[in-house]
Design a protein around this ligand. Structure first.
Ligand code: 2P0
Length: 331
């Protein structure tokens, strides 16, 4: 028998209501602005990590396909940090699957790096607190720091790790994803953020004003004020996209269908059916409403030409290690 250490973990994606967009001008991948997110039950990544003395390099398989180059380097950089902490020298095989489209604005890197951090630390025999795992994940993908936690989470500007704010179990909100185009995005978020910081005349204003919006949103969450929270989310969304659209060359993730969905939400929502939109580094739109209105809002969305699917997401759980199923065991 050769030495072998393995674990499987599940992490759920999260969508930011108050957006992380931009990094501090120091090494280590620290966010320049505070963000507030909801971890989603319906969008998940499952990742198995196996460290084995027989492997001669790290390998990464995502949704059945071998992944090389930059995505593999990012995985290896997280594995390197964990190997260093655990004084482990073995390479690893990472096998990962998403139950939703990868790299198209549904935060697959958030759930992906969170699942990898949990599985790899566990496989390496490290018994770390969530804050330490969140920090390891953040260094590779800042949004993934929030997916270590369930429900509502935040990541402060310059923070090492994300905070768990509320499990989400006592407030029946849902986020409905209107899927428009599952194709991969033209430019990755990391590159796009750097371009915005370097070239958008609006970027400094974005960074300067983000903390006030974040504080307003946290207050709205605390008071379970959907209308106030939704309005903060929309302001953050437009401000983030303003930095993208004014970068050189412009970063355009929104499509005509994105705007059609936003217009539909703005025209159909009312005091009796509240609904608020956000959109990220891709054309899909996510709509915040109460669970009791999910069916009505979904019916608005499915009637819009170009909406190919809708996914109703409730607050999701924290990332966790999957208990191995004993072979031959029957319940
Ligand atoms: C967010 N996004 O807060 C924002 C809103 C996309 C738009 O975090 O460079 O993959 O790896 O730290 O975490 C996507 O960026 O970026 C993201 P890196 P990440 O969810």
């Amino acid at each position: 028998m050769t030495p072998r250490f393995a674990a499987t973990a599940v992490a759920h994606s999260n969508i930011a209501l108050i957006k992380y967009w931009g990094k501090l001008p120091i090494s280590g991948n620290y966010p320049a602005v505070p963000s507030l997110s909801l971890t989603l039950d319906a969008l998940r990544t499952r990742t198995r990590v196996t460290f084995d003395s027989q492997y001669s390099q790290d390998e990464f398989e995502l949704d059945g396909k071998r992944v090389l180059e930059r995505p593999l380097q990012r995985v290896s950089s997280l594995l390197d940090a964990i190997r260093s902490l655990a004084s482990l020298e073995y390479f690893a095989k990472v096998v990962s699957s998403n139950n939703f489209p990868t790299a198209s604005g549904l935060a697959s890197s958030a759930s992906g790096f969170a699942a990898l951090a949990v599985a790899a630390t566990h496989a390496a025999g490290l018994n770390l607190e969530p804050a330490a795992i969140s920090s390891l994940a953040r260094a590779c993908s800042a949004s993934s720091a929030r997916s270590i936690h369930g429900g509502w989470a935040s990541l402060d500007a310059g923070a090492d790790s994300a905070n768990a704010l509320d499990s989400g179990q006592n407030w029946d909100v849902v986020l409905i994803v209107a899927v428009t185009d599952p194709g991969p995005k033209a430019i990755g978020s990391t590159q796009a953020m750097i371009r915005c910081a370097d070239t958008s005349p609006y970027f400094a204003a974005w960074v300067e004003t983000a903390p006030v919006l974040f504080a307003r949103a946290c207050g709205a969450l605390h008071h379970r004020d959907l209308d106030a929270l939704g309005r903060c989310m929309e302001e953050s969304t437009w401000r983030m996209h303003a930095t993208m659209l004014t970068a050189v060359p412009a970063v355009v993730y929104i499509s005509p269908i994105t705007l059609a969905i936003i217009n539909e939400i703005r025209s159909r929502r009312s005091a009796s059916v509240p609904a608020y939109f956000t959109t990220d580094a891709g054309p899909h739109v996510k709509v915040l409403t109460m669970a009791e209105h999910a069916a009505a809002v979904r019916s608005w969305l499915t009637q819009i030409p170009g909406v190919t699917d809708t996914i109703i997401c409730k607050p999701g759980p924290a990332a966790f290690v999957e208990t191995p199923v004993t072979e031959g065991h029957t319940a």
